[in-house]
Design a protein around this ligand. Structure first.
Ligand code: 5AD
Length: 396
């Protein structure tokens, strides 16, 4: 057994040398040797401590070749054991962001959608769904109530991608809402014209919620017919450039492996997301993906979702991470609480007028649909209290 693994030199920039260890790159300072690319060296403490012959290096590497990846696997299993990972993530959240928790209200103002996403219950082709659109006045009144009666300081206005709300209508709505409501206004209205978004920003909307759903471009095209992942990402980038805070994320899919999830988390972060919003995909019987799909047992999907929150928290200690309603739907009693104990620090309460809530049927048996707002708020506040969380701003 040797005490160090030789590295292969892949780059030299002045006295900084890049070494490759089975695909992992590390840098070390070279102050003592004449080195060139493709030679082998030992490094310790960030210094090149010896140069070695290729034959010697290859013999040592032969020993390490299989062991290196096996060790990594064991290490990962131990470090990311579900329970340990979630507890660690909760500690990371506590250390970096304290006990602040965002509580946003969400108003789903229309369930019409021009899109036909294979996973979504409000897809255009679902003819079984009763559709609704709230009028400009209804939307403004619902916001007024949420902010001025219920006390919300942040509101999401969400709908399917519904062109019936023209730029002009949206401008009227946002103007009315801004006049009545002192709150952070978050738009979740899909892929609309950049000019519309620009006008709404100028009127005071400050955040946009738009998930990219999956970082796998092929899957994206399959799930969202006539759409391309790159267009979606570009729109998100443009909105960020305009000044919008970005809330984005993905669907946690049955069968998705660890590597895929890590890619999804990394893409969320690379878009500069102010808030990570990802949740489990719940099959809807009136959608192509809900019919005859083999679905993971809800407990398995729930575990995967909690682990994804924990993983995201550990990877990005400063992120705001939402505990989503889809997760709550998988475990109505403890879903949100366990998400908050696994690294999440934000949540949303549905304040859509009760008569409409049941029709925003993106997936079945949505948690909280039809439950009286005041009761929902009371329950949430007492749950937050039990966890020592304060509904204060997370700051910049
Ligand atoms: N299960 C879980 N989430 C879903 N969404 C759409 N359909 C489903 C489903 N069946 C999510 C999408 C979309 C958001 C508004 O709702 O991620 O971006």
């Amino acid at each position: 057994m040797c005490y160090a693994i030789p590295g292969k030199i892949t780059n030299i920039a002045g006295n900084i040398v890049t070494l490759d260890y089975f695909g992992e790159e590390k840098k070390a300072r070279n102050e003592f040797y004449e080195l060139s690319v493709n030679e082998y060296a030992y490094a310790q403490g960030g210094f090149i401590v010896s140069k070695i012959k290729e034959a010697e290096a290859l013999a040592a590497l032969e020993v390490w070749k299989e062991l290196f990846s096996k060790l990594k696997e064991i290490d990962r299993r131990l470090a990311f054991g579900p329970k340990d990972m979630r507890q660690a993530a909760n500690a990371v959240r506590q250390k970096h962001l304290g006990n602040a928790c965002c509580v946003h209200g969400i108003i789903e103002f229309s369930n019409y959608c021009i899109n036909d996403c294979l996973y979504c219950g409000i897809r255009n082709s679902n003819k079984k769904l009763k559709r609704y659109r709230m009028s400009e006045k209804e939307i403004a009144d619902a916001c007024d109530y949420a902010v001025n009666e219920l006390g919300f300081k942040a509101l999401v206005l969400q709908s399917g991608e519904d062109d019936w709300y023209t730029g002009e209508k949206l401008i009227n709505i946002v103007s009315k809402v801004r006049k009545k409501c002192a709150a952070l206004l978050i738009l979740s209205i899909g892929e609309r014209d950049l000019n519309i978004y620009k006008n709404l920003y100028d009127l005071g909307a400050r955040a946009a919620l738009l998930r990219f759903e999956t970082s796998d471009g092929k899957l994206y095209e399959k799930y969202r017919p006539r759409h391309k992942l790159e267009d979606r990402l570009e729109l998100i980038r443009q909105l960020r450039g305009m000044g919008y805070l970005i809330m984005t994320g993905f669907l946690i899919r049955a069968g998705e492996n660890e590597e895929d999830i890590i890619k999804d988390i990394e893409l969320t972060a690379s878009l500069g997301a102010e808030m990570f919003s990802f949740g489990p995909f719940i099959p809807h019987p009136d959608t192509p993906l809900g019919r005859g799909t083999v679905c993971r047992a809800p407990t398995e999907l729930l575990e995967l979702s909690l682990n994804t929150i924990a993983r995201a928290r550990i990877m990005y200690p400063e992120a705001r991470i939402l505990a989503t309603t889809a997760l709550e739907t998988l475990d109505k009693k403890n879903g949100i609480k366990n998400a908050l104990l696994s690294g999440a620090n934000s949540l949303m309460i549905n304040v859509t007028p009760l008569k409409y809530q049941q029709f925003y049927d993106i997936y079945p048996r949505r948690a909280g649909a039809g439950v009286d707002f005041k009761k929902k708020i009371e329950d949430t506040v007492s749950m937050l209290r039990s966890l020592g969380r304060a509904p204060s701003d997370l700051g910049l």
